[in-house]
Ligand binder design. Structure first.
Ligand code: ARE
Ligand code: CA
Length: 585
């Protein structure tokens, strides 16, 4: 037994409250090292005849990556307290692992065990329920649709006449979005994420001038109110971008510091390292990525905090928005986010809080800060596997297993799964414009654990490289839209809504990742059904077998064909660059 590989630590992704009654306990062991893992557990105060009363429950192998196996068990301690350890068995030996180390036999002293002190309801990580059923659509407002040329900024170019550059404008606005709500509703979209809409200098609006004003190029507050109302009438939620890490250069408070230096009343609103303030060659104040256009806000300063929390409440109270996406969330202090969450949830308890973090985000997902993060590790791995082919099916499986096992299951259920955004090259471009590859990516995205988001225009096959290439004007001319791709995505969205196991409640499990064939098979189960998904990105047809098929009946949900399992298994021919989605029940 390789003891060095055995790892567990309570109160994070290894031991957490799944809901008000249930704990999940996970253990990591070296891959293929254990035959069986059993949880030894009891209530710390449950003694009888001077003996601590212990019970046992087998854990199941939830997933494996390149190096490790991850075991999981669900348990509902009657008094919500738990002391526990693990009994590990392989053909060589049987040992017991607890907080104090390894033992040949289970120690009788409760003090030596791991401790989950109490399952307090208020501490349970709980994202808003509606998020699980949401299909997001990301809109970069300056490029979605121009509904009113009167608010166009000076120098606005003809819609789509040239490629986007760092500073050109095309006049997109709220009226444009309103005109196309039918379009969004028809595809099945139930949530819109808008990149920033507050008054700012640039075309992307990440350099805020006034957090209490709508940028005049998008419309006014009345129009925005109307837009929200119209969205809500159609069952579409609205999420805004909160750019609280930094302001813009033309934020009046920063301008005051530029003007009055040390004597400015706002000098502590930022992180100025020395006076006079200078921007060249590098700013002598903290900013986003060294750009002088985005001075970092001092969110530790109570005045700044109050100001930003007022902004937060204002847009919820007055406009009834449903979510905040937090820009550069990981560079802002945790204390700020804790207060932010309290504020948001007291005003409207089911507002969704989504952090923009590209890396491991466990510290923000403990229930006291965010409801989810943008799942860029998924984006990157999915694109590497299916778009550029730089990793194999097996590497994809390993990478995603690692990601999935580094979070609680209730966190994974609401992960924000995207294939691209205004910060990345477009999916189709990364697929070398091969829409067969893009379709496989959508199958993966829509069946994966978490909630999907479509970046505007991807659904009709728009192309574009890295920022600013990925911010082209939406194509509205139907003859230039890939309508086939659009109906493909629409069908997937439909399945998410109608097939329970396909949606985010389904329990996800990798089944196969072909070493030679490079194909991937996984399943999702929910209540009385299991959905099996297979993806074959290779140029060769393959045969995929699914052993131990669940239930009695099976059906290919994509083609509606009935399938008859033979001796409990299914064998299916899968063409090159093809997929299947089979439901067994
Ligand atoms: C513009 C140009 C860039 C140029 C930059 C230089 O487009 O090519 O390098 O200027 O100043 C906004 C605009 C951008 C603009 C930027 C700066 O949308 O167009 O760039 O402002 O003016 C990291 C951060 C993450 C951040 C990304 C971009 O962690 O928070 O970088 N994303 C948000 C928004 C952006 C926005 C800003 C932040 C600033 O979504 O749109 O940019 O408000 C790895 C790293 C990540 C890194 C990621 C992407 O994975 O680990 O940390 O994200 O790559 O680079
Ligand atoms: Ca306009």
């Amino acid at each position: 037994m390789i003891k060095e590989s055995i790892y567990h630590r309570p109160k994070n992704n290894f031991a957490y409250a799944y809901d008000e009654k249930t704990l999940h306990i996970r253990l990591q062991t070296k891959r293929n090292d254990m035959e069986q893992v059993t949880l030894i557990h009891g209530d710390p105060y449950d003694w009888s005849e001077n003996k601590w009363q212990v019970h046992k429950k087998d854990m199941y192998l939830q997933a494996s990556d390149e190096l490790f196996d991850y075991w999981l068990v669900e348990i509902s301690p009657p008094y919500r307290r738990l002391r526990y350890g693990f009994e590990l068995t392989n053909e060589e030996e049987k040992i017991v692992y607890t907080e104090t180390g390894f033992y040949n036999v289970a120690p009788s002293d409760v003090k030596l065990y791991f401790c989950f002190p109490f399952l307090n309801s208020i501490d349970v990580f709980q994202a808003p329920e509606w998020v699980k059923n949401t299909v997001w659509y990301q809109i970069f407002p300056e490029r979605f649709a121009n509904g009113n040329t009167e608010n166009d900024p000076e120098g606005t170019l003809e819609w789509g006449s040239v490629d986007p550059s760092y500073d050109n404008h095309f006049g997109g606005d709220f009226e444009g979005v309103m005109e196309h709500l039918d379009y969004l509703e028809d595809i099945g979209i139930t949530g819109i994420y808008f990149t920033p809409i507050f008054k700012a200098y640039s075309n992307h609006k990440y350099d805020t001038i006034d957090y209490m004003e709508i940028d005049p190029q998008f419309g006014d507050k009345e129009t925005f109110k109307e837009l929200i109302k119209k969205c809500h009438e159609r069952g579409i939620r609205v999420m805004l971008d909160a750019v609280f890490n930094h302001s813009g250069y033309y934020f009046p408070q920063f301008q005051d510091v530029l003007k009055n230096g040390k004597s400015s009343q706002y000098k502590d609103w930022f992180h100025i390292r020395e006076f006079p303030v200078q921007t060249e060659p590098r700013p002598n104040f903290d900013s986003f990525a060294f750009t002088p256009h985005m001075p970092k806000l001092n969110t530790e300063n109570p005045e700044v905090k109050q100001y930003l929390l007022d902004v937060t409440s204002y847009w919820i109270e007055e406009f009834d928005i449903d979510g905040w996406r937090l820009d550069v969330a990981n560079e802002v202090d945790h204390q700020f986010w804790r207060d932010f969450r309290k504020k948001v949830k007291t005003i409207k308890s089911d507002v969704y809080i989504l952090g923009e973090i590209w890396h491991d985000s466990m510290p923000w997902l403990q229930g006291d800060q965010f409801d989810a993060v943008m799942n860029y590790p998924f984006t990157l791995a999915a694109l590497d596997y299916l778009a550029t082919g730089t990793i194999t099916a097996n590497e994809f499986k390993n990478q995603m297993t690692k990601v999935l096992c580094s979070y609680p299951e209730n966190v994974n259920e609401v992960a924000f799964n995207l294939l691209g955004s205004h910060d990345t090259a477009r999916v189709l471009t990364l697929c070398n414009e091969d829409s067969r590859k893009a379709k496989l990516l959508y199958v993966l995205q829509f069946s994966f654990k978490g909630t999907p988001c479509v970046y505007y225009g991807d659904e009709i096959g728009m192309t574009g490289g890295d920022d600013p290439g990925c911010r082209k004007c939406m194509i509205w001319d139907k003859s230039k839209q890939d309508l086939q791709l659009k109906s493909f995505i629409k069908k997937l969205i439909h399945f998410r809504k109608t097939e329970a196991a396909f949606g985010s409640r389904g329990k996800f499990r990798f089944m196969e990742s072909g070493i030679e064939t490079n194909h991937l098979v996984y399943s999702k189960s929910y209540e009385n059904e299991v959905v099996y998904v297979a993806i074959n990105p290779s140029e060769k047809p393959i045969t995929v077998s699914i052993p131990d098929v669940y239930g009695t009946y099976a059906k290919n949900v994509w083609t509606n064909e009935t399938i008859t399992p033979i001796k409990n298994s299914i064998k299916i021919e899968l063409g090159a660059n093809d997929f299947f989605i089979i439901k067994a029940y």
